[in-house]
Design a protein around this ligand. Structure first.
Ligand code: C2E
Ligand code: MG
Ligand code: MG
Length: 410
């Protein structure tokens, strides 16, 4: 109806496709009741950003669409998107916990992108996927070349199966981790890349959740562990023998009894000291089936492998688990670092995290540092290490070695 009207009045309209970032995590961590509550509160906030006459609809799951009739140009839709992103800077109160939710928004415009309703929604959906792939928490307009790049969830799943079977579409990149004092490289984090034969690079943010749901994550992580260990040997041969290696594992993997075995295998094969390996886990898992997980993590720690808590501060951070897991390091989530310029809230949060780290005797790394400012403040507050584009993007193996050669003596 809106299209018919817009056509008659020669007006434009915009369709927004919104998807809550990492919503699955809320359900997995806090349970469906809290997830439902977040959906309702999220919808209410978004609705507050719209004009009367706009329509907000839930498409299903954590996906929403908004119809903005009668816009002058796409910039009008950007204004609304900005408002929504801004509105989400404040945490939601879900029961006892505060939760920061962000969203990825795709925007399509009638008649520019399509004159057909379904097609218009699909365009907005594709644009949303682009935002997800580029790091979430933002918006993007539909661009014609997204057509070719678009893959829906089902085809990603199928292609992922194929990729896992064939095994040559994955690559491992490495991002240097820098000592805040002397600026030497002290470690690298392994980050997986999927080079899809037709769609190009697909972000781990897109395919890792699917890999988790389908169980493919086990094979993928085994590949990552092995490949990362092989890289560590290569680095040693190049004269960089002391570097620590960070590997991300998914929460799901801690549910399985064979975790230790899977980690030990590549360490043994490449004769790597377990102390050089650091497993990065996100806070979410620290809640489910706690006793079994505590036992498993303890056992893992007993072998010398280090544990760090990734994206610290964004989810459920129980201080008690920090102690029980004998975590070695916490990684301050990039969202706090990113906001350092504009919001003193983040400053206070980082300050608080530094306090926790000091008291628990934990190492601290600030993630996502991009500017002078974002390096200076965490350093001044007492972060031991930094990781971010300011120093280096994640690099393929060869380039990492070049980077290490050029940087200060390791
Ligand atoms: P993460 O473990 O928190 O990794 C940090 C992410 O931030 C990486 O994104 C990295 O490229 C990005 N990053 C680093 N510095 C900066 C910066 O200065 N600015 C900005 N904007 N971003 C920066 P990436 O590689 O896309 O990975 C995203 C997430 O996917 C990772 O978050 C991790 O949770 C997951 N992931 C990546 N590789 C693996 C893997 O091998 N296994 C598992 N299970 N998950 C993985
Ligand atoms: Mg990580
Ligand atoms: Mg992180």
């Amino acid at each position: 109806m809106a299209i018919v009207q817009a056509a008659r009045r020669k007006e434009k309209l915009a369709v927004m496709f919104l998807d809550i970032d990492r919503f699955k995590l809320v359900n997995d961590t806090y349970g469906h009741q809290v997830g439902d509550l977040l959906l309702r509160k999220f919808a209410a906030r978004v609705r507050g950003c719209l004009r009367t006459g706009d329509t907000l609809a839930r498409q299903g799951g954590d996906e929403f669409t908004a119809l903005l009739p009668n816009i002058g140009n796409i910039e009008d839709a950007y204004v609304v998107a900005d408002k929504i992103i801004e509105e989400l800077r404040w945490p939601f109160l879900l029961g006892e916990t505060q939760f920061l939710a962000t969203t990825s928004i795709g925007i399509a415009v009638y008649p520019d992108n399509s004159t057909n309703a379904e097609e218009l929604i699909r365009c907005a959906d594709m644009a949303m996927y682009q935002v997800k792939a580029q790091g979430k928490n933002g918006y993007s307009a539909f661009l014609p070349d997204m057509h070719t790049a678009h893959l829906d969830r089902l085809s990603i799943e199928n292609d992922l199966r194929k990729a896992v079977k064939e095994g040559n579409q994955f690559e491992l990149y490495f991002q240097p981790q820098i000592d805040a004092e002397c600026e030497k490289v002290v470690g690298v984090e392994a980050l997986i890349r999927w080079r899809h034969p037709s769609a190009g690079m697909i972000s781990p943010d897109v395919f890792i959740p699917i890999a988790e749901d389908t169980g493919l994550i086990i094979t993928i992580s085994d590949w990552v562990l092995r490949e990362a260990c092989a890289q560590l040997v290569r680095l040693k041969e190049e004269g960089f023998g002391e570097l620590r290696l960070g590997v991300n594992l998914s929460a799901r993997e801690f549910d399985r009894a064979d975790l230790l075995e899977r980690i030990r295998l590549p360490l043994d094969e490449f004769q790597i000291a377990p102390e050089l390996l650091e497993i990065e886990i996100t806070e979410s898992l620290l809640m489910k089936d706690v006793e079994n997980i505590v036992a498993r993590v303890k056992h893992l720690r007993g072998t010398g492998v280090n544990i760090s808590i990734d994206d610290f501060g964004t989810r459920y951070s129980s201080l008690n688990y920090l102690r029980r897991f004998s975590v070695s390091r916490i990684k301050i989530d990039q969202s706090f670092v990113r906001d350092l310029n504009r919001f003193s809230d983040s400053f206070a949060i980082i300050q608080a995290i530094v306090g926790i780290a000091k008291n628990f005797n934990l190492q601290l790394i600030a993630e996502g540092v991009e500017s002078d400012h974002q390096v200076a403040i965490p350093r001044q507050l007492g972060c031991n290490e930094m990781q971010g584009y300011y120093f280096s993007r994640p690099l393929p193996s060869k380039q990492l070695i070049e980077f290490l050669r050029l940087s200060k003596e390791v």
